[in-house]
Design a protein around this ligand. Structure first.
Ligand code: JHZ
Ligand code: SAH
Length: 405
């Protein structure tokens, strides 16, 4: 039994992925291979409804000056964050007298929009290499891990925030109580705290098990977020579905009792209760569904190998580390992974040592089948590669089930 990170209740795991490497530990060929692994199990706390990892590597092992994920590699995500900035500006009536704080600003994909619109803002970003890209865009960034003590420092030098924003960061932070204490300190009386993360309801529905890796310590639902907020005198006032990252939810929190609660919240809670996200037994078949995908994909990859087909992969995602290592995908089955991110290129994938190559070499490699690890960007990528792939080549995807396109 393990203690829940939110309410300290004891809980057990419902799925065990075995020993996993750091999802973004792409190894340069000249570097020694990092043999570090942690046991990746996921469980559900019946008391507060939080789905969470039982164990997580220490934060400095994941977020540092060689962090491999740069947010701005997707044009679709750039557009998504531009729209988010506009909608928050409208919601809060932001101007050059306002103040916006972002937790985990990465390369500045969101905050650059506020800078361009003359809205004062600040990013907090511990991974120095991505923070430098944001700083070079003219964004004010503190290179540190946000928590309550950082918040207390910020309040000495900045005014209170009209909006605090955090995309794909809250679900990464096991010390989330300290984050919410910090939010409480910095958020103006009528301010909003808006965050979005992959949505538990869709992860269960689509069996998108690859959203589970070291960085994602929590898989949120409205049920768990509402409860967590209430522990900090905050209130969940809105929820909005997003199609990003394979299905996400945007949660809006405000100080308790200040803002009207949208009907979306009770409707989503009703839906979550109906599909059983509040009950242990709903999670029992998840591992079986994952193993069905595993069997189907491995069988297909072995058959393609026997038929002498050339199979490569597209997108060295964090998610792919779970797929590759849990399924036992080797360089014999998938020759290499092409990716546009310079820091990932000419490296070996974490755990399985599949070569990661520059995207520029993808088309010349003439594959028969392309395994799409960046399936969450399928619309953007398939559009970009449409002409090339129409020449008798096939995409392979595996969420929600194995499919040849
Ligand atoms: P992508 C990361 O997850 C990690 P990952 C993190 N934990 C998280 O929650 C989300 O992001 C937000 C490449 N690519 O977005 C770029 C191409 O090569 O699915 C990336 O390496 N060509 C913070 O890593 C990868 O694919 C393209 O055209 O699972 C995509 O990674 C495009 C669009 C992407 O996130
Ligand atoms: N918001 C971006 C980046 C997500 S990547 C997007 O949606 O694309 C997650 C980021 O959170 C990483 O850049 C990591 O360095 C950062 N991070 C991790 N822990 C953090 C903390 N305690 N405070 C602030 N940022 C953190």
């Amino acid at each position: 039994m393990t203690k829940c990170l939110i309410c300290e209740n004891s809980f057990k795991s419902f799925v065990d992925f075995g020993d996993m490497p750091i999802a973004n530990a792409f190894a340069k060929k000249e570097d020694p291979i990092d043999k570090y692994t942690f046991r990746m199990k996921v469980g559900f706390c019946e008391n507060c409804y939080m789905v969470q990892l039982l164990e997580q590597p220490e934060r400095e092992k994941m977020f540092h000056e060689n962090y491999a994920f740069f947010s701005s590699t997707s044009n679709y995500m750039k557009e998504h964050f531009k729209l988010l900035a506009n909608s928050i500006s409208e919601l809060q009536g932001l101007s050059n007298n306002s103040f916006v704080l972002e937790i985990g600003c990465n390369d500045g994909i969101l905050l650059e929009n506020f800078v361009n619109n003359g809205v004062p803002c600040l990013g907090i970003e511990p991974s120095e290499n991505v923070a430098i890209v944001a700083k070079n865009k003219g964004i004010d960034v503190i290179s540190d891990f946000f928590d309550k003590s950082i918040a207390e420092n910020i309040i000495n030098t900045h005014k209170k925030a009209d909006a605090i924003i955090s995309a794909n960061v809250m679900c990464h932070i096991p010390y989330i109580h300290s984050i919410l204490d910090g939010v409480k300190v910095i958020l103006k009386e009528d301010g909003v705290f808006i965050f979005e993360d992959p949505y538990l309801g869709e992860i269960i529905d689509k069996t998108s098990f690859d959203q589970i890796y070291d960085e994602h310590v929590f898989l949120f639902s409205a049920l768990s977020v509402r409860n967590l907020a209430s522990m900090h005198e905050l209130e969940l006032i809105n929820v909005e579905h997003q199609i990003t990252h394979g299905g996400s939810m945007r949660y809006t929190l405000a100080h308790k009792g200040v803002k009207k609660i949208s009907n979306n919240v009770s409707e989503l809670i009703m839906y979550e209760t109906k599909i059983g996200l509040d009950k242990s037994k709903s999670y029992e078949s998840f591992a079986e569904s994952v193993d069905k995908i595993k069997t189907d994909l491995i069988m297909l990859l072995k058959k393609l190998k026997n038929d002498n087909k050339k199979v490569v992969a597209y997108g060295a995602t964090s998610k792919s580390t779970t797929v590759i290592n849990y399924f036992g995908i080797t360089p014999e089955l998938v020759e290499c992974i092409y990716d546009t991110t310079p820091i990932k290129q000419n490296t070996l994938s974490p755990g399985a040592n599949i070569p990661v190559l520059p995207y520029d070499e993808f088309r010349a490699s003439q594959p028969d089948y392309v395994l799409l690890f960046a399936w969450n960007h399928a619309t953007e990528i398939m559009k970009k590669e449409k002409k090339y792939m129409s020449d008798g080549r096939h995409w392979l995807t595996y969420i929600p089930q194995v499919k040849i396109h």
